[in-house]
Write a protein that binds this ligand. Structure first.
Ligand SMILES: *Cc1c(COP(=O)(O)O)cnc(C)c1O
Length: 473
């Protein structure tokens, strides 16, 4: 279908004919639990919302959606509270058997030999980098399209983050730009599976091998995402996860490192427990502390919450993938809406967020900020996402610290030179002009909910002129 021939009738027809997703019963989320239907149900008929869709809510019309979206985090008294109460009543709240049990389950879930639970994803990244001996004087390649924790972790080790621009179609680090950023000081690549969509590990790993670089995967948004049925976080030397409250498997706070490298995992364990002996980090218990360490131990009640959330994560991930695929097919028909692409070989994504690019030219030049306001007014929460992390004052601040001034030559800390070397125009356009996100909980709704999202965008598309003239007044 050419963009020019796009019409409402066409949109409705396609909406009613494409049966990509599953239709879920409305009561599905009522008890805070989701169950995946055994078989796809019939595609639902053309949504009635279009009949009443004429005046945009932002111009005083009726919002397309007035229902709530699923709350986050979710828990269910019957399945979740027993274990947490057991921990509470045992009085054993500091790291013990429940944390070990969670680690074993998480390692098994992602298909790694070992897992270490830690206080959060940020410190999982720091511990992994430090135990791979990354520090002052080193450069670590990262994408600028990420959460600040990725960069903060690199800086915390004393290494210097070097930004590799993104592929705007996938929102991920662009493998084609990695080699151009490698210098004699480059020690590691830290791909981020941002938004829960897998980075292109199929191309990144051979580049790392060719240049003898370590790979630490920031999988803090990518629980259970897979490439060729292999979970992300298990491609590189180490993979790091977050279980913070907003994440797809929430514990309040929490994180994990996974790896198949036993000696590395022993060092991580020792490091997370003051450097005390563990595994191959041998020493008589009581003979003293062997390594420089810190304390990053998870608490038992956090692990108990994680154990309760794990089955839910698995069911919900399947549902998010189905709804995302359906929503993508729906909104991809609207001119100026360009949904994410997944790399070939991706067998599952995590969809911590559902991203698309908004191209205002197709919307009569309506700025993204006004599009977001109009969509929010329709009852569809949405956001513009990240701001460019390669252009923020914390970098100059880091370079002025005593440690950085002692570890690097003055020339290496010249912030103007650094900025010039770290320009990322693709990322700038995503952050400043095009990216739009929906949050993961919205993908836990029904197919009818997805139709409402698509219908709301369609309504704004058709009324872009009117909305723009109001917005510019
Ligand atoms: C959340 C997140 C982190 C950090 O995890 P915390 O548990 O919040 O410390 C790191 N990287 C990315 C991409 C994240 O989204």
């Amino acid at each position: 279908m050419s963009k020019r021939s796009y019409s409402r009738r066409e949109f409705i027809r396609r909406n009613s004919l494409t049966g990509l997703g599953v239709t879920l019963t409305p009561s599905l989320l009522a008890d805070g639990l989701t169950r995946i239907p055994q078989q796809p149900l019939d595609p639902i008929p053309a949504p009635a919302i279009f009949a009443a869709a004429d005046t945009p809510a932002i111009l005083g019309g009726k919002p397309i959606r007035t229902n709530e979206w699923p709350n986050w985090p979710m828990w269910h008294a019957e399945t979740d509270e027993k274990r947490v109460l057991e921990v509470l009543r045992s009085g054993i709240w500091s790291r013990a058997g429940v944390t070990t049990e969670f680690e074993a389950k998480w390692a098994e879930t992602v298909g790694a030999k070992r897992c270490l639970a830690v206080v959060n994803g940020t410190n999982a990244l720091i511990a992994a980098l430090v135990q791979l001996d990354i520090g002052g004087g080193d450069e670590v390649l990262i994408p600028p399209y990420t959460f600040i924790a990725t960069v903060a972790a690199v800086l915390a080790t004393g290494a210097m983050p070097v930004f590799v621009d993104v592929d705007p179609e996938t929102f991920q680090i662009d493998p084609a730009r990695i080699e151009g950023k490698i210098t004699p000081r480059t020690r590691a690549i830290m791909p981020v599976h941002i938004l829960g969509l897998p980075a292109d590990m199929t191309r990144i790993m051979p580049i790392a091998r060719k240049h003898n670089l370590l790979v630490v995967e920031d999988a803090c948004q990518a629980w259970l995402a897979e490439i060729d049925h292999k979970k992300v976080g298990t491609f590189g030397n180490a993979g790091c996860f977050s279980f913070q409250n907003s994440k797809n498997i929430p514990m309040g706070e929490g994180g994990a490192i996974v790896s198949d490298d036993e000696a590395f995992m022993d060092r991580c364990y020792s490091y997370h427990n003051f450097g005390n002996p563990y595994g191959s980090v041998v020493g008589e218990v009581g003979a003293g502390t062997l390594m420089m360490g810190t304390k990053l131990r998870l608490a038992e009640y956090q692990a108990a919450i994680g154990l309760a959330q794990l089955p839910r994560l698995q069911e919900q991930t399947v549902l998010r993938n189905k709804n995302a695929e359906y929503l993508k097919a729906q909104i991809g028909q609207i001119p100026g809406i360009v949904p994410y692409k997944l790399y070939p070989g991706v067998t599952q994504a995590a969809f911590h967020l559902f991203p698309f690019r908004y191209q205002k030219e197709a919307f009569k030049g309506l700025p993204r900020a006004d599009f977001l306001k109009a969509l929010n007014a329709e009852g569809i929460p949405c956001a513009s996402g990240y701001a460019p992390l390669n252009k923020m004052p914390y970098l100059a601040h880091a370079f002025q610290t005593k440690n950085f001034r002692r570890m690097y030559a003055r020339d290496q800390l010249d912030i103007n030179k650094y900025n010039a070397r770290n320009e990322c125009p693709q990322n700038d356009r995503l952050c400043n002009e095009e990216a739009v996100w929906f949050t993961q909980n919205m993908l836990l709704g029904s197919q009818a909910d997805m139709n409402e999202i698509a219908g709301a965008i369609d309504k704004i598309y058709r009324n872009a002129d009117k909305i723009k003239s109001l917005a510019t007044k």
